[in-house]
Design a binder for this molecule. Structure first.
Ligand SMILES: [Zn+2]
Length: 317
């Protein structure tokens, strides 16, 4: 019954949307990238994505579709409220994708929705730096801090699809209030713009995270110390997650991680301070390997709908 069939993957971010037909091997058969419309009208943000689905020229059959979206997501109703897409609040993304595909192919699709942090973890687990392990944590260090976990070849989705929200674990119970409403969250210290602002407050004159990591690599003391502080917060959050879930492999990606050892060296050192129980000591910290992990993770999610791919089929699905 199960034939080798390509799936559809959608990766919806604040700046661009990628749509791709992906083979069960992970090869991308066809891909379209459209800029995310910066409109205050929900339908105007959706329209170019709907057009993209038509432009892919999908064959007339029922497709399995994995949808990765900037979060938060609500897996039950299939809605999304991306922090960085202001026009979408409880936007019925899954319904829209289903309707667009049914119109384009004449068949209703099967769909699965996950947040972008989860999809990045899924992609790295399938074909990247976590492909040799059954359990891993994926961490994204960028303008925000996100995460996702795979435990025994299953995505840790959570009841609403937002589990392992690593950026908003509190690492300072007496810290300032975070944009999320909590206090002392990882993201307040470890996100790129937060480290840039902290360095600027100490007299550093650069502008962004790329300049900050370059300055640290060149030995600038303020840059080095600021990254040190940010990575201590990240390490505390990562160690808490690894300890909670009993997972030893941690894959770190995102714009900041691309700077390499200037980020990984302090992160590794501080992990030694927080991941101290026997079963998480010497966590395996790896750089992410895929440029399109989110898209491939969405494809992995789609493959799991038919029990294919590396994810174990969900019982009862
Ligand atoms: Zn927060």
């Amino acid at each position: 019954m199960s034939v080798v069939t390509d799936v559809l993957a959608l990766d919806i971010g604040g700046t661009k949307v990628a749509l791709a037909v992906v083979a069960p091997s992970g090869d991308i058969v066809r891909e379209l990238v459209v800029p995310t419309a910066s409109s205050p009208a929900a339908e105007e943000v959706w329209a170019p994505i709907a057009a993209g689905i038509v432009d892919l020229g999908l064959e007339a059959r029922s497709w399995d579709v994995g949808i990765g979206s900037a979060g938060p997501v609500a897996a039950g109703p299939g809605t999304v409220s991306p922090v960085n897409i202001g026009a979408w609040r409880a936007f019925p993304l899954v319904d829209r994708v289903r309707a667009a595909l049914t119109a384009a192919t004449g068949h209703a699709p099967r769909t699965a929705l996950a947040g972008d942090g989860h999809c990045i973890a899924l992609g790295e687990h399938w074909l990247g730096a976590g492909r040799d392990v059954a359990s891993m944590i994926g961490v994204v260090l960028s303008t925000g801090v996100g995460g996702g976990a795979i435990l025994d070849d299953r995505l840790v989705a959570g009841s609403t699809g937002n589990a392992v929200h690593l950026g908003h674990i509190s690492v300072n119970a007496w810290g300032n209030r975070c944009v999320c409403g909590g206090h002392g969250c990882v993201e307040m210290y470890a996100r790129g713009p937060a480290m840039v602002a902290a360095a600027q407050a100490r007299g550093w004159t650069g502008n962004d995270g790329i300049e900050l990591t370059a300055a640290a690599a060149a030995g600038d003391r303020v840059a080095v110390e600021t990254i040190e502080d940010g990575m201590r917060a990240a390490a505390a959050g990562i160690a808490a997650t690894a300890t909670e879930l009993d997972i030893r492999r941690v894959v770190v990606g995102g714009g900041l991680a691309k700077a390499g050892e200037v980020i990984f060296a302090p992160l590794r050192r501080h992990l030694g301070d927080f991941a101290v129980l026997d079963y998480v000591r010497d966590l395996e910290l790896r750089p992410a390997e895929l440029p399109n992990a989110g898209l491939l993770g969405a494809a992995s999610l789609a493959l799991s709908l038919s029990g294919r791919g590396v994810l174990r089929a969900r019982s009862g699905a």
